[in-house]
Write a protein that binds this ligand. Structure first.
Ligand SMILES: [Ca+2]
Ligand SMILES: [Ca+2]
Length: 557
């Protein structure tokens, strides 16, 4: 499950141009409410264009059904969202299709607490409703300079989580993202806490707060766009209650096969039990979900990095080069910083050879902004890195630094720090030192296709890069595809990183409707499940979004 990564965006510096629209491909701009509590059924309204002839729906994962109701409006349709009581909480991709074409991706969120839809007007203190806790409040910043409020009764001593999902359910304001602003006021209207989300990959512009009420009383929770913009596409959810949430964990990874105790950091509930998600068996270096449970509730999911290297605890000491912590390669360093202080480690090289120093923080949803510096035994700086290669692709991605270097025999030092000198357990890091991993990283586009029931060919272009030690031809394969569906031309030859592949679907292999086919890339020593790549236009810039699988509409003959 890579739901957290679905929102990773990168500018590719070009405009999307629409040429000669022959068919009105369905385009979804909002679903309201953007989710439901597990075990419940709610009516939702879908808005967009080309909706009149929608007939198929595909929801990611198990336990969630979305059934379209009859309708003749091209810009609005109703549907019934039904969630099984054992459906996993969290965000899921939704796709729609008419007889010909699949829509863009939308996201809904499955919650664990009772929900309510906003009733306007709710812009002023005298118009806000009192809601019982816990609650998930579904709103939309619909018109004018909308802001939405609701009251809750809190007691001193409660630890209250207030979490917005706006951008993460793909809320738009005009052709731009909703950038959320959350405020908590007391009964006199005095603001006690505000939040406008973070710029990191985990929450994006979705505000989230741990709120400790200073006294028993009524408090109002306000939500609006940071710039007071409004649009019916500005759909969001605010979840409030004494609910488990981890703002980070320590450590943020472990050696595969090792028994590890993981502590939630900045958590809203003290008695949490860690539950590890499935470890992708395809990779030796893999990020998978970790969550915590308490009573009937599951926490948010945190990314957790499993590696082959043994872990070394570097949470204390090593504040200067003279007191550097000695480690043996290969190793995974787990630590955090004292504010304003770096962490120094040293290692000995006996044989000349390449070693990789790979910093992980940003990719694991923590705000640490790592910088790596390598020094020789005389104390000379020989190499440094404070950012990944490229904004989202490449070796590290985002803000995580990476160094590959041929080391000669002798003693070497690495200085690790947060570029803003921040510290504490909320700023953990995991830095791998060793000869690296065999790893593939890749996407395919387009991520939707249509074929007739009588069968046909689907073509999509797979881009896949070999990282560190990965080598050899890359084979593109289907994962658990039904009989009658095969890949032809599925080889990306050694030295190449891209190939147009054809997926042959024989007559009747898939019934009429909407289907997801998952695709894998495999080389001699690594394998990865590929993600789709949806390109969309936002404020004149083309962005790309990672999507789950190839979406296929099978048309009646
Ligand atoms: Ca509203
Ligand atoms: Ca309002």
């Amino acid at each position: 499950m890579r739901i957290l990564r679905l929102l990773k965006l990168l500018s590719i510096g070009m405009l999307v141009t629409h040429v000669g629209v022959v068919f009105a491909v369905p385009r979804i701009t909002s679903i309201f409410p953007a989710g439901a509590m597990r075990g419940k059924s709610v009516e939702v309204t879908i808005q967009g264009t080309g909706l009149k002839d929608l007939r198929h729906v595909l929801v990611q994962g198990n336990g969630v059904q979305l059934s379209l109701m009859p309708g003749t409006d091209d810009t609005s349709r109703k549907a019934m969202l039904t969630v099984a009581s054992d459906a996993a909480p969290g965000r899921r991709e939704v796709r729609f299709a008419d007889e010909r074409d699949a829509s863009n991706v939308r996201i809904i969120s499955i919650g664990q607490v009772p929900e309510v839809n906003e009733v306007e007007p709710n812009n002023t203190p005298d118009k806000v409703s009192l809601q019982p806790l816990p609650i998930c409040f579904n709103g939309r910043l619909s018109e004018g300079s909308d802001r939405d409020g609701f009251k809750v009764r809190l007691r001193k001593g409660q630890v209250v989580l207030i979490e917005v999902e706006g951008l993460r359910v793909l809320a738009n304001i005009y052709e731009s993202w909703l950038k959320g602003f959350l405020e908590v006021t007391d009964a006199s209207g005095q603001p006690l806490a505000t939040n406008q989300g973070t710029v990191d990959d985990y929450y994006r512009w979705d505000p989230v707060l741990r709120f400790d009420p200073p006294a028993d009383g009524e408090y109002t929770i306000w939500f609006r766009d940071l710039n007071w913009r409004s649009d019916t596409k500005g759909v969001y959810r605010v979840t409030v209650g004494e609910l488990p949430h981890a703002f980070a964990t320590f450590p943020i990874g472990a050696q595969r096969g090792a028994k590890v105790t993981v502590e939630p950091v900045g958590a809203t509930v003290s008695t949490l039990t860690a539950v590890f998600g499935p470890v992708n068996p395809d990779v030796t270096l893999g990020i998978s979900d970790l969550m915590f449970t308490t009573g009937a509730f599951e926490s948010n999911r945190r990314p957790f990095l499993w590696t082959k290297e043994p872990s070394a605890d570097v949470t204390a000491g090593g504040l200067t080069r003279e007191t550097a912590i000695p480690v043996q390669l290969p190793v995974a360093l787990d630590g955090w910083f004292e504010p304003g202080k770096p962490r120094w480690i040293s290692f000995d090289v006996t044989d000349k050879g390449w070693q990789h120093i790979n910093g992980f923080a940003w990719r694991l949803g923590v705000p640490t902004d790592l910088e790596l510096k390598v020094y020789d035994k005389a104390g000379n700086l020989v190499q440094e890195a404070d950012d990944g290669r490229g904004s989202s692709g490449g070796q590290a991605g985002g803000r995580d630094p990476f160094i590959a270097r041929e080391f000669t025999p002798g003693k070497w030092f690495v200085r690790i720090r947060d570029v803003d000198d921040r510290g504490g357990k909320g700023f953990p890091f995991r830095v791998l030192l060793g000869q690296g991993h065999a790893q593939l990283r890749g996407t395919f586009a387009p991520d939707t296709a249509g074929i007739p029931l009588s069968g046909g060919d689907i073509t999509t272009t797979v881009k896949c890069e070999r990282i560190d030690l990965a080598r050899g031809d890359i084979q593109v394969e289907l994962i658990d595809a039904p009989a009658g569906i095969t890949v032809v031309n599925g080889t990306i030859a050694t030295g190449k990183t891209e190939a147009a592949i054809t997926i042959k679907v024989s007559a009747g292999a898939l019934p009429v409707g909407l289907h997801r086919i998952r695709i894998r890339a495999r080389c001699e020593n690594a394998s990865i499940t590929l993600v789709g790549n949806e390109t969309y236009n936002n404020q004149g810039t083309a962005y790309q979004r990672e999507t789950d699988g190839l979406i296929v509409v099978v048309r009646p003959n």
